[in-house]
Design a binder for this molecule. Structure first.
Ligand SMILES: C[S@@+](CC[C@H](N)C(=O)[O-])C[C@H]1O[C@@H](n2cnc3c(N)ncnc32)[C@H](O)[C@@H]1O
Length: 252
């Protein structure tokens, strides 16, 4: 019979450290990736009532204002794809490979040629000022509050001085009944979609060097579209600047 050697003190210490590491709770970002990896296959079914009742008209409204080189951040299963303007060059990114796979399938089904990459905010590794329009629809609500300032700095870097950023997301309405409904459904949104309604993203605009060019509330203020641009005279922040010249997308 094989004789097992006794664990040394050093070995026991390493095992204890590994055990401690494995027992570490997942970060908010990891929980978000896990959530979307899990629900990707059924996401469109769960979201279908929202999609057909009110999301599609808002997507149409938003993309009617876009053109040129478009980046769809957190593209999910690709619900925005049918609304991209003809002739636009579109890139979509998402940190969930399973959601991205659904987007890829949808793009192929619609005959939409586009670049799809498994990447996430704030570390997109995409070129600075590489896009005319950077769209983030229903994704800021998934980004942990502490990571939002870095996410906005990255959006600002990607749009550069000339580009526009489109933030379409949940906001808490002032209408008491609607507000109560959203508060009541918030735990479900948190557990299923790793998201929340009270994103309070506006606090990140100024520090990221962004100004609001246009804001429009929908559904009694439950959803808001912000169109953002770089503050006049604002330069790309040193940390987020990367390469300043416009890099062609073919280089990513
Ligand atoms: C609620 S879904 C919205 C999808 C799509 N934008 C839409 O309008 O239907 C949120 C998506 O954002 C992605 N996401 C969340 N945080 C992200 C991050 N930091 N970077 C990239 N994608 C992210 C999720 O994986 C998920 O696919």
């Amino acid at each position: 019979m094989e004789k097992r050697s006794k664990p040394t003190a050093a070995r026991a210490l390493v095992d204890r450290q590994i055990g401690r590491f494995e027992a570490m709770p997942p970060s908010a970002r990891e929980r978000c990736v896990d959530a979307y990896q899990r629900i990707a296959a059924v996401y469109d079914i769960i979201d279908m009532p929202y999609e057909y009742l009110w999301k599609r008209p808002l997507r149409r409204y938003l993309f009617a204002r876009t053109a040129g080189r478009i980046l769809d951040v957190g593209i999910g299963t690709g619900c925005n794809i049918p609304f991209y303007p003809a002739g636009a060059t579109v890139t979509g990114i998402d940190q969930s490979g399973a959601m991205l796979a659904r987007a890829r399938k949808r793009a192929a089904g619609l005959g939409r040629e586009m670049t799809l990459l498994e990447r996430g905010l704030p570390d997109t590794r995409l070129p600075a000022a590489g896009f005319d329009c950077v769209v983030a629809s229903f994704i800021i609500c998934c980004i942990p509050a502490g990571e939002q300032p870095a996410a906005f700095a990255e959006l600002r870097r990607l749009a550069g001085r000339e580009g526009r950023i489109f933030i379409l997301d949940y906001t808490l309405p002032t209408q008491p009944l609607l507000r109560a409904f959203m508060r009541a459904t918030a735990p479900m949104i948190r557990s299923v979609f790793a998201a929340r309604y009270d994103t309070d993203a506006e606090r990140c605009f100024g520090p990221a060097g962004l100004r609001v060019e246009e804001s429009r509330k929908f559904l009694g203020g439950a959803v808001t579209l912000h169109i953002l641009a770089a503050e006049a005279g604002e330069s790309l922040s040193a940390g987020a600047a990367g390469t300043r010249e416009k890099t062609p997308l073919s280089a990513i």
